[in-house]
Write a protein that binds this ligand. Sequence first.
Ligand code: PLP
Length: 390
Amino acid sequence: MYSQLYFDYNATTPCAKQVVDVMLPYFHEDFGNPSSSHHPYGWLAKSAVEDASSGIAKHLGVSPSDLIYTSGSTESINMVLKGVCRKYRNKGNHIITTKAEHKAVLDTCAFLDEDGFEVTYLDVDSEGLIQIEQFKAALRPETILVCIMYANNETGVIQPLEEIAVLTHENGSLLFSDTTQALGKVRLDTVLQIVDFACFSGHKVYGPKGIGLTYIKGNEDYSQLPSFIQGGGQQKGQRGGTINTPLIVGFAKAIDLAYENQDSEKKRLENLRDQLEAGLLEIELVVSNSNTAQRLPNTVHVSFPFVDGANLLVALSRQIAVSNGSACNSASVEPSHVLTAMGIERSLAYASLRLSIGRYTSENDIEKAIAIITSAVSKQRENNILWERR
Ligand code: PLP
């Protein structure tokens, strides 16, 4: 393990030891294929998957038949967006989303745009929230899908989805919400009652990478969405391919652990987050980009005027793992599209840090992080002539 502090839990989380332990037997001893229906190897694997599914469904307050295993949220997003477009093409060709979605949504929308669908990208305000009036104006008779994330991966902002859900359904459209970052951090029961589709990812909740879920409400007859992966008829034909028993068992255990003490862990994280934010806000001129009443308990997003963001990240990289946007997008030299959608000017958006804490973050880590960042920002500014002349 590195001696570095880890403040990038929204990018990924370590797989919990208990999760690794429950997965191990399914790699070597109980390795059967859940689709092998003629011997105990297969029966055992099938029953492990069924137990995992009913455990997850119980925590989420949904039916096990509403859940389809995928390789992660990116695949689930592709499955829902492309699936809805294909199924309802005759009804309409219009999708509504926001400019602050994860790239998995935005890139899929760009693909659909090229395929003849029309996409409206809603603005967000300075807090990262969409404006209901703008949303109402965007709805059309031919709108087949509304795609609005629940918790933002960069700022932690939570969109109030109730009114959006009512308006979407009154319009005869379907609602998909990217709930990837919310799982395990905030309660989801109500959200899953009002959306038609959602998605989850194992590696964001101390589970393994390479496993995710698509939630399809009312999927009893498994005919809700067309399948994109044919072959073998697994998952009642909705996604072909041998079901990954160890990862599914691990994902279920990870969700169990997250739900075991969700409320007390949420409180603990909120306290640490507030402490971190308060410490960073002591830095001169710092701006917080995460101010909504409803937000994730673990995410802090701040910008430092008069600081070169790229240099700051390099300076911090030996001591603390942080991010300036989503990890999936870190190869990009563009400032975060979420911040620019919020109207934050480019130079300030460049000079930003996302800090996301988690299960293994302690109060001591928070104090160290504040000290490291405060000192790094001040060193960056010492070298900036504009800072002297401000
Ligand atoms: N949606 C959000 C909000 C995310 O934060 C991520 C991961 O960064 C994804 C989708 C993609 O998830 P996965 O890594 O499981 O494909």
